[in-house]
Design a protein around this ligand. Structure first.
Ligand SMILES: *Cc1c(COP(=O)(O)O)cnc(C)c1O
Length: 452
C-alpha cells in the first residue's frame, strides 16, 4: 500500500478532543442511512481511479503536489465543524489560525506588518492585487511578461484594466530593454514580476525592476504562486537568490500554499505590504452580524464564504513544518530542486537530448534533439506518449524556439514555438526516484528513436 493511512486513527482521537469542547450541549443524532453510504463511497473510490497517479513520484507532469498528512488530517478534522472564514462568527478559531498562518507567510518574505488573507487560489489572489492596482492608478496599464501566467491578461480584461505583455529573454525572464520601452511608451501602473513562471520556473529580474520603479514610479506585484517558498532556499543560482532576498521590497505578493506548500486545493494567499489598502475592501454588509469589533477576514477579502478548513490545514502544517531556512520544509524544497538539477545533468550528458537552460527552481524543460523545431516537437510528443505507457507522466509545453537557439544554434527554427517536455520535480521523493525516472525516459526514447 503506497497510500499513507497510518495517520487515520489519529483523526478519531482528535475528533474526540474536538467534541469535548461542545460537551455542555444536549446530545443529538445526525441521522443518515449508513447502509446507503457504503456502496456510494466504494463506487466513488472506483470512480476516482480514473486519474493520473498525481501522488506518485513517477508523476512529474503538472504542478501537482500531494498534501502533507498533517494538512489532510487537519482539514478533515475541521470538516466536523465546517467553519466559514468569511467572518469571526462563521469560524472563530479558524479565523485566528488564518491570521497566524498568513502572518507567518508574510514573515517569510520579511514583512512584520502586512495585510493579507487566504483565498481560493492564485487566480483569485492575483485578481485582488490587480484590482488594488486598478483602484490606486485608474486607467494605467499593467505589464506582465509573455511567460507570466495567462491569468493576468484575463483578469485585466475582466477588470477592464489595460494590459501589456513584455517579451522575455532566452532564459524566459522578462526582458529589461523591452520593459523600459514599454515604460517610455505607456502609463504603467503596475509591473507583475513572476517569481517562478508556471511554464519553466524562471524568475524575473526583480533587482532591475526595482531600479526602474525608482525612475518611473509604478507598483510591483510579485506573482510567486508557484515559486514563493524558494525564498527559504539558499542553494539557488546567485542572481535568483538575489531576487528572493529582495522580495520584501515588492508592493504585493501572491503565494499558493496549494502549489508548493503541501496543502489541498483551495489555498492561495495574497499579501500587501501597505495595510492601508484595506480601505478599498470596505463594505457594510447587513447580512454578516459581527459580535467582535476586531477586523474580520470578510472585510479584507473579495470572496465571501471560504473554507475555514483550508486555514486550519495550513496552520497545522506550518506548526509542524515552520517556514524557516534550513528547516524540514526548506530541506524538502531543496530536495525538489536537487532532483531537477540532477535530471538536467542527465539530459545534458545525453547526446540525443537537449535542454535550453538549467532549472532556475525545480522545473526542467527539454526535448529530443532533431534538425528542426518541428521534428523536435514531434519527438517530444512521441516520447511523452511512450513514457506514459510505462507510468512516467511528464507534461508537454509550447515554449518559444528562441529559448533553444542560443545553446543549439544549428537547430532550424522552422516554427516559432517548440513543443518540449516539461517535468515538475515538485515532490521531495523525486530525489530518490531520479534513476527510475531516467531509466523509463531513456527506454521510451529508445523506442521513439527506433521508429524514426
Ligand atoms: C498556478 C499559478 C497561478 C494560478 O493559480 P491557481 O492557484 O491555479 O489559481 C498564477 N500564477 C502562477 C505563477 C502560477 O504558477
Amino acid at each position: 500500500m503506497a497510500f499513507e493511512t497510518a495517520s487515520l486513527p489519529l483523526l478519531k482521537e482528535a475528533l474526540e478532543i474536538l467534541e469535548e469542547g461542545f460537551r455542555d450541549l444536549p446530545d443529538f443524532d445526525a441521522r443518515f442511512d449508513m447502509a446507503a453510504l457504503r456502496p456510494v463511497i466504494l463506487e466513488t473510490a472506483r470512480r476516482l481511479r480514473d486519474n493520473y497517479p498525481y501522488q506518485h513520484p513517477l508523476y512529474i507532469g503538472h504542478m501537482i503536489k500531494p498534501p502533507h498528512p498533517v494538512a489532510r488530517l487537519a482539514y478533515a478534522l475541521a470538516l466536523w465543524i465546517n467553519p466559514n472564514n468569511h467572518s469571526f462568527d462563521g469560524g472563530r478559531a479558524s479565523s485566528a489560525m488564518e491570521k497566524e498562518a498568513v502572518a507567518q507567510l508574510a514573515h517569510m518574505i520579511g514583512w512584520e506588518k502586512h495585510l493579507g488573507h487566504l483565498c481560493g487560489g492564485g487566480t483569485l489572489a492575483n485578481l485582488e492585487a490587480l484590482w488594488i492596482s486598478g483602484k490606486l492608478a485608474p486607467g494605467k496599464t499593467i505589464v506582465a511578461s509573455q511567460q507570466a501566467h495567462f491569468t493576468h491578461e484575463r483578469i485585466c480584461e475582466a477588470l477592464r484594466i489595460p494590459f501589456e505583455s513584455a517579451p522575455t529573454d532566452d532564459r524566459a525572464r522578462m526582458d529589461m530593454k523591452a520593459l523600459r520601452e514599454t515604460l517610455d511608451r505607456k502609463d504603467v501602473g503596475m509591473v507583475v514580476v513572476t517569481l517562478g513562471t508556471t511554464g519553466v520556473g524562471a524568475v524575473d529580474p526583480l533587482l532591475e525592476i526595482l531600479e526602474l520603479r525608482e525612475e518611473y514610479g509604478f507598483r510591483i506585484h510579485a506573482d510567486a504562486a508557484y515559486g514563493g517558498y524558494y525564498v527559504l532556499v539558499d542553494e539557488l543560482e546567485p542572481d535568483t537568490r538575489a531576487v528572493f532576498s529582495h522580495v520584501g521590497e515588492v508592493d504585493s505578493l501572491v503565494v499558493d500554499p496549494h502549489k508548493h506548500g503541501l496543502q489541498p486545493y483551495g489555498c492561495g494567499c495574497i499579501l500587501f505590504r501597505d495595510p492601508s489598502v484595506g480601505r478599498f475592501y470596505k463594505h457594510d454588509s447587513p447580512y454578516t452580524y459581527f459580535t467582535s469589533s476586531e477586523l474580520h477576514l470578510g472585510e479584507i477579502s473579495l470572496e465571501c464564504s471560504r473554507a475555514g478548513a483550508a486555514a486550519v490545514a495550513l496552520w497545522a502544517t506550518q506548526r509542524m513544518l515552520p517556514l524557516v531556512k534550513g528547516g524540514e520544509f526548506a530541506q524538502s524544497l531543496l530536495r525538489c530542486r536537487k532532483a531537477a538539477l540532477r535530471l538536467y545533468e542527465l539530459i545534458e550528458a545525453h547526446p540525443r537530448f537537449m535542454s535550453p537552460f538549467p532549472p532556475e527552481t525545480d522545473i526542467v524543460v527539454w526535448a529530443p534533439r532533431a534538425d528542426t523545431v518541428s521534428e523536435a516537437s514531434d519527438l517530444s510528443r512521441a516520447l511523452f506518449e511512450e513514457a506514459s505507457r510505462e507510468g512516467l507522466h511528464m507534461a508537454l509545453a509550447d515554449v518559444p524556439g528562441s529559448f533553444f537557439s542560443r545553446k543549439y544554434p544549428s537547430l532550424i527554427q522552422d516554427r516559432e514555438s517548440i513543443t518540449a517536455l516539461r517535468c515538475c520535480m515538485m515532490k521531495p521523493e523525486h530525489m530518490d526516484w531520479i534513476d527510475s525516472v531516467w531509466a523509463v525516459a531513456k527506454r521510451a526514447a529508445g523506442r521513439v528513436f527506433e521508429r524514426m
